[in-house]
Structure formats: C-alpha cells, structure tokens
Design a protein around this ligand. Structure first.
Ligand SMILES: [Ca+2]
Ligand SMILES: [Ca+2]
Length: 86
C-alpha cells in the first residue's frame, strides 16, 4: 500500500544534468533550464574532478536533497509516465 511518501533509502537519479556549461542544470527529458535551486545538499553541486554532470536525490536529515554525481554511477531511478486512464 502506498503512503504517498517516498522511502528515504536510496540515492536516486533525477533527469537533471549540466552537460553544457557546468552549473547550468536542465531537465534532460524536456531541455527546460532549472534555474537557481535551493534544495542542494551542503557542498553540492561540487562537480568533483569535473565529472559530476548528473543529479541525484538522496536523503539528508529526513528530506531528499540534490547532489551532482558522475553519470556512470549505479543508482536507482524514477520513471515517469502519463496516465491515460484508470
Ligand atoms: Ca557538472
Ligand atoms: Ca557532488
């Protein structure tokens, strides 16, 4: 049974990336620029070693925060689909 809340267990991919200019994050799924975002975890985005271009969600103090990570890291992910009928 769903409670409507996500479990705070995993580091999970979002579709946010900064493949163009570092620090200019956009949704890869739509191309829409994200703009300033205040939900980054402390010291994120860090672009460590210049290879952190994909955004993960991870639990910190009971809520999901954003962090950038290498795109080839193994993480869970979220699927999105349109519901056409119930
Ligand atoms: Ca980056
Ligand atoms: Ca990072």
């Amino acid at each position: 049974m769903s409670t409507g809340k996500m479990p705070f267990l995993f580091h999970t991919w979002s579709s946010a990336v900064d493949f163009g200019r570092d620090g200019d994050f956009y949704w890869e799924s739509t191309g829409a620029f994200i703009g300033p975002h205040i939900n980054w975890a402390a010291n994120e985005p860090g672009d460590v070693n210049g290879i952190e271009d994909c955004v993960i969600l991870f639990p910190q103090a009971g809520i999901y925060k954003w962090g950038d990570a290498p795109c080839n890291a193994v993480r869970t992910y979220i699927c999105e689909a349109k519901i056409t009928s119930l």
